[in-house]
Design a protein around this ligand. Structure first.
Ligand code: CA
Length: 234
């Protein structure tokens, strides 16, 4: 089992949380609440320090203030996301819809507006930790795909895929090293009742190659002439 908390008697949670918050009073309040439910807590008080710890260490959750000295929380979030899928909750006094969208676009999992109620904070922490534990990840070489979030990353870069392109990449990756026929791909991605152009698979493979392979040194999508396509290294 995991490690005990500072008090040594709280079995409800184990895990480690990085709090990146320049207001020490707020950081301290959150720290005490998290220690109380059995979590281990580290604190960074500016953007660059938070980013460094987030990348160098493996936390189960990062709680990230938006307005930070040195580098904004959004910037930290975006940079962490290029390398890691650690759950991130953004903390901020800003609460317009546009701000929330910006936070989620930067790759945050959730958003808490200051001032917050302790109960709400803890509920969101639990959800984020649970999500982190069950997060599905498929990898092939430097390609990583997170089906639940419909996010694909290659060599640390987020790939901007349409829904169809994502589905196509996902099915290829689930069957990595296995040659898939056009017909199988068509049925899986477009459905059995698809009755449009028959070369749609080839067209979308071309789109996918532009995004998944062309910007990178080694192609992953390979054509098996007369048979179909396969996703594999080299
Ligand atoms: Ca702040």
């Amino acid at each position: 089992m995991g490690q005990l908390s500072a008090e040594g008697h709280e079995p409800s949670r184990t895990g480690s949380v990085l709090i990146v918050e320049d207001e020490r009073r707020i950081a301290r309040i959150i720290e005490l609440e998290l220690i109380h439910i059995g979590l281990q807590v580290a604190i960074a008080t500016d953007g660059p320090a938070g980013l460094r710890r987030a990348l160098d260490e493996d936390f189960d959750l990062i709680m990230l203030d938006w307005m930070l000295p040195g580098m904004s929380g959004l910037e930290v979030c975006r940079t962490v996301r290029q390398e890691k899928q650690t759950p991130i909750i953004i903390l901020t006094a800003r609460d317009t819809t546009a701000d929330k969208v910006a936070g989620l676009d930067a790759g945050a999992d959730d958003y808490i507006t200051k001032p917050f109620e302790t109960e709400e904070l803890l509920a969101r922490v639990r959800v984020a930790l649970r999500r982190g534990q069950t997060r599905q990840e498929l990898t092939l070489g430097d390609l990583r795909v997170y089906p639940d979030e419909r996010r694909a990353i290659r060599a640390g870069r987020l790939l901007e895929l349409t829904a169809r392109e994502f589905d196509l990449l996902h099915i290829l990756l689930k069957n990595a090293d296995r040659v898939l026929s056009r017909e199988l791909i068509l049925n899986q991605v477009w459905g059995y009742d698809y009755d449009g152009e028959t070369n749609v698979v080839d067209v979308y493979i071309r789109y996918l190659r532009l995004k998944v392979d062309e910007p990178f040194a080694s192609p992953l999508i390979h054509t098996m002439r007369g048979v179909g396509y396969v996703l594999r290294k080299g």
